[in-house]
Ligand binder design. Structure first.
Ligand SMILES: NC(=O)c1ccc[n+]([C@@H]2O[C@H](COP(=O)([O-])OP(=O)(O)OC[C@H]3O[C@@H](n4cnc5c(N)ncnc54)[C@H](OP(=O)(O)O)[C@@H]3O)[C@@H](O)[C@H]2O)c1
Length: 211
């Protein structure tokens, strides 16, 4: 299986580094192919880098690590996701990070699905700060949960397996429309992390109280 990561920012670089370190074949796609190639070289472990369309074309799973306002542009540049799993990790936040641009009746994940109707969109990773992606940042803690929502069960299983391979605990979170609830969870985590003093190791943990 080949995993493409689109975007070389905080989340893209972190996810690419984590998955490559766990033995996944990772191809990084950037608007600037040289930037992706340089990041891939830094990561090592067989990671490759190039343009967005080239990376997406090679991949079975495309992790979309682009900010919500640029989603349309990036989807157009990718050129098509037929038969591919497209992982939406976004929080569609406002410029001041304090609110969401969409919600209640839709979500960033559902909007991405509209932009790429041929893809199997799965929501994941939106409640995890980039600083928690390196395995060392999570050493000695309970497994950090990653909420996984989507309409295609096989695609959700593929993403859950990648999440587990990265050392996170995948939490089955229902259909893609549940991204309407996961994105506010990402937003409150941003409030905890940035505005309420918890820092970027904050992450939500869903518990089952003992019966
Ligand atoms: N940072 C976090 O802790 C965190 C946590 C959870 C979820 N998220 C979500 O993860 C996503 C990425 O966040 P981030 O923090 O990694 O952002 P970031 O550091 O700003 O990186 C975003 C990347 O998107 C790419 N990009 C920008 N404009 C583009 C365009 N027009 N077309 C194609 N690619 C474009 C750029 O990569 P190139 O220059 O290589 O093209 C850029 O590095 C966002 O949706 C965010 O809500 C972030």
């Amino acid at each position: 299986m080949t995993v493409a990561v689109i975007g070389t920012g905080n989340m893209g670089a972190g996810i690419a580094r984590l998955l490559a370190s766990k033995g996944e074949r990772v191809v990084i796609g950037s608007r600037d192919p040289a930037k992706a190639a340089k990041l891939a070289e830094e990561i090592g472990a067989g990671a490759e880098g190039g343009g967005i369309a080239a990376a997406a074309k090679l991949a079975d799973v495309v992790i979309f690590a682009v900010n919500y306002p640029q989603a349309g542009e990036a989807v157009r540049e990718a050129g098509g996701f037929a038969g591919k799993v497209l992982v939406d990790i976004s929080n569609p936040i406002t410029e001041d990070f304090k609110d969401l641009r969409v919600g209640h009746t839709t979500s960033a994940a559902e909007e991405l699905q509209k932009l790429a109707p041929e893809a199997k969109v799965v929501k994941a990773f939106n409640t995890i700060f980039a600083q928690l992606l390196p395995a060392e940042a999570r050493e000695g803690r309970d497994p950090v949960q990653v909420f996984v929502a989507g309409d295609d069960e096989a695609a959700k299983k593929t993403v859950s397996d990648l999440v587990a391979k990265g050392g996170f605990q995948p939490i089955e979170s229902g259909p893609l429309s549940n991204a309407r609830f996961l994105e506010p969870l990402g937003e409150i985590n941003i409030h905890f992390g940035f505005f309420l003093g918890w820092g970027t190791s904050a992450a939500p943990a869903w518990i089952k109280a003992a019966a």
